[in-house]
Design a protein around this ligand. Structure first.
Ligand code: ADP
Ligand code: PHD
Length: 416
């Protein structure tokens, strides 16, 4: 690895949730990356993306939104004032908020997803401006660099274009000092903003790291590292000191929300290590994710809520055939419903997906002519990786299992 390969640090919503958190970020940068070329990728402050989703939804429905917009302004103003002191010169975030105000006023009833991206991306713009100012670092608008197609709300990255653009723009800036940019956000060739999917800032960090051949990526979290489960649900979760890309990809895919599932592939492709470290205890070792062999890990528990179990039966009681499956998969793709688990019997096919009322209704419309479709929502999908008898007993006890599946290493079930 070349001595001048940059480090990429990603700070999520919790690590930039207010002025004190941003000062803690500054301390981490100054004590752990001094003198190193450093790209800082930040998410929106705290729950700002949720607030922007609600704001956009109100504007799209033609409802008043002055109060939540005022709250968003006051929240960022309070952080800016605490960082810069009262009476400080206006920061660039104020113009950004004015731009948001104008764009909200222009929202029209068409093209929900496209307009969503133009508006909901403001959280990262605002946060990155405050963080750049606090660090005295360069601010970079990532939208002209992270090139995606026009798949709104889940932009697909154009890797060759992004690599070319990032490699042309970033190294001269990094040579001058730290650079702060946005996670979660990209842009089309035509200059429109896209987003990469909720919680997609980890993925942004990986995109930049891939393009820059970074030395490593560190994602700073409110937990000690990658644990065997979400400690908020399983307080006895243990930290994995070291884990392979493959194990981590599977955990993220099954729903371990600590890492966005798309993050690992670009890093694994270029052999770039990913560290998960605690912004509460920056000196602690955290977790190192890289290309390694390790002994069997403690069973990992993963819970994915908001699930929907759909079952399809052909109306003429015909067996579920390849032709039927082709139609069902085509409709699922068209409705943009992702399959988390699937199973078939002779005349019925079941899939577990993330629930979205709008998408499920679209699916029903597409398939109602050919299939009898039933669904249950408000379900939970549990996965145990590296399961054993005690871990299965612990999780299944007292639960009504609607669907269950196991491979040699993974046990999954859907329940109410
Ligand atoms: N296996 C796991 N290991 C560690 N944390 C986990 C795991 N699964 C879920 N989490 C949750 O992920 C949270 C951190 O991720 P997230 O909230 O997305 O961070 P941020 O938005 O600040 O980047 C933790 O607070 C924890 O509750
Ligand atoms: N702010 C975006 C993107 C993101 O990744 O956030 P976080 O790093 O806080 O999960 C979201 O909430 O979806």
């Amino acid at each position: 690895m070349a001595a001048h390969s940059p480090l990429v640090y990603k700070f999520g919503g919790a690590s930039v949730k207010d002025a004190a958190a941003i000062l803690n970020l500054k301390h981490i940068v100054e004590t752990t990356a001094a003198g190193r070329p450093l790209l800082v990728v930040v998410s929106a402050m705290g729950k700002t993306t949720n607030a922007l989703e609600e704001l956009f939804d109100l504007a799209h429905r033609g409802q008043p939104y002055d109060a939540p917009l005022g709250a968003l302004h006051d929240f960022h103003a309070a952080a800016a004032e605490a960082l810069a002191g009262p009476g400080a010169a206006p920061g660039p975030w104020q113009q950004t908020l004015q731009d948001l105000r104008e764009q909200l006023a222009d929202v029209n009833p068409d093209h929900y997803d496209r307009q969503y991206d133009q508006l909901v991306s403001y959280g990262e713009l605002l946060a990155s401006q405050l963080v750049a100012q606090a660090l005295g670092a360069q601010w970079l608008d990532c939208r002209p660099l992270v090139r995606t197609d026009r798949t709104w709300r889940e932009g697909r990255v154009d890797w060759p274009a992004t690599e070319r653009l990032v490699r042309a723009a970033l190294p001269p800036l990094l040579a001058q000092g730290p650079v702060v940019t946005q996670g979660f956000v990209g842009g089309t060739a035509g200059g429109l903003t896209t987003t990469l999917g909720r919680e997609g800032s980890d993925y942004s960090a990986a995109i930049f790291a891939y393009c820059l051949h970074a030395e490593s990526v560190t994602i700073w979290k409110d937990v000690a590292g990658l644990l065997s489960a979400d400690p908020k649900i399983f307080p006895d979760a243990v930290r994995y000191p070291e884990i392979s890309y493959q194990e981590t990809i599977e955990m993220a895919y099954y729903g371990a929300s600590v890492i966005h599932p798309k993050t690992l592939k670009p890093l694994a492709e270029r052999g770039i290590p990913l560290r998960v470290r605690s912004f509460v205890d920056p000196g602690a070792p955290g977790t190192l994710i890289h290309d390694c062999q390790h002994p069997a890990l403690a069973p990992a528990f993963i819970r994915k809520t908001g699930q929907c179990l759909l079952s399809f039966e052909s109306k003429d009681f015909a067996f579920i055939s390849e032709e039927n499956l082709e139609v069902i998969f085509g409709a699922l793709a068209q409705a943009r419903l992702k399959i988390n688990l699937m199973q078939n019997s002779a005349i019925s096919f079941s899939v577990c997906t993330d629930f979205s009322e709008r998408r499920v209704q679209l699916l029903l419309g597409l398939l109602a002519g050919q299939f009898r479709v039933h669904y249950n929502d408000d379900l939970t999908l549990f996965t145990i990786k590296n399961y054993d008898a005690p871990s299965v007993a612990r999780l299944t006890e007292g639960r009504e299992l609607l669907l269950e599946q196991r491979t040699r290493s993974t046990f999954q079930f859907v329940c109410r």
